[in-house]
Ligand binder design. Structure first.
Ligand code: UDP
Length: 237
């Protein structure tokens, strides 16, 4: 009998909200994701979310064309807040009480990040979306996901992507590429496999937080992941 996770942290890249658009947010895609999150909340699973901002702004890219890196990263963090509020709106329209907490204070639109308060919201069955990344430039939302997962004692990070796991080669270029069912943190770091950036992997390794990489574009996958079905690639100790 499969046992569902009790508390999970879902990492959504900004691109996950973009669908097939070249930029920004596709409301129907967000609606689909919100519906799936609502399903697992209804199962009694506590869900925290970290949203990226790459669909709107990426600090590294802007700094490559001359912008001050820290400033560019602050813009990137603010972009994640736009995504967070969009997802919050969609979740609440699906009947799920949702709080956005930001790592950069924006009290008119969201709560500030307060760890114990976030945990309380989760215990009450509310979804908590962590916006504005870690609040620090030179970091990523993947690292934020690892950090927040450790802080709120999440059992697992769900790293939602557009591929159904981690492969030993690019499956688009190599038809013989094989998907790993499980991987160790050490293997991911040594082989520089693109699961999450190395800071995020190191944090997960130190705190023993498994990462499940799976395809978000397949409907029902969030529920499958939550109930422990074997999908995607599980990275662990
Ligand atoms: N960012 C940052 N610190 C953080 C998290 C994010 O400076 O703790 C900035 C950084 O510029 C990054 C942008 O926010 O490029 C968007 O986040 P990310 O690239 O991680 O989003 P994703 O790739 O998941 O869409």
């Amino acid at each position: 009998m499969l046992k569902p996770y009790k508390r999970v942290l879902l990492k959504l890249s900004g691109e996950a909200l973009m669908g097939n658009l070249g930029y920004g947010i596709d409301p129907s895609v967000v609606e689909g994701i919100a519906g799936e999150i609502a399903e697992v909340v209804a199962l009694g699973v506590q869900v925290a979310v970290v949203v990226g901002g790459g669909n709107i702004f990426r600090g590294v890219k802007a700094s490559a064309s001359g912008m001050d890196r820290a400033t560019a990263d602050y813009i990137g963090m603010i972009a994640t807040v736009m995504n967070s509020l969009t997802l919050q709106d969609s979740l609440e329209r699906n009947g799920v009480q949702t709080r956005v907490q930001t790592a950069i204070a924006m009290q008119e639109v969201a709560e500030p990040y307060i760890r114990r308060r976030a945990i309380r919201h989760l215990e009450k069955g509310r979804v908590v979306i962590f916006g504005a990344g870690s609040g620090n430039p030179f970091f990523t939302t993947d690292t934020t996901a690892a950090l927040r997962a450790a802080e709120i004692d999440a059992e697992v990070i769900f790293k939602a992507t557009k591929v159904d796991g981690v492969y030993d080669a690019d499956p688009h270029l190599n038809p013989n590429a094989k998907r790993y069912q499980t991987l160790t943190y050490g293997h991911v770091l040594a082989q520089d496999l693109r699961v999450m950036d190395s800071t995020a992997i190191a944090l997960c390794k130190e705190n023993n937080i498994p990462i499940l990489v799976f395809d978000l574009t397949v409907r029902g996958n969030i529920r499958r992941a939550v109930i422990g079905e074997s999908i995607g690639t599980l990275v662990g100790g």
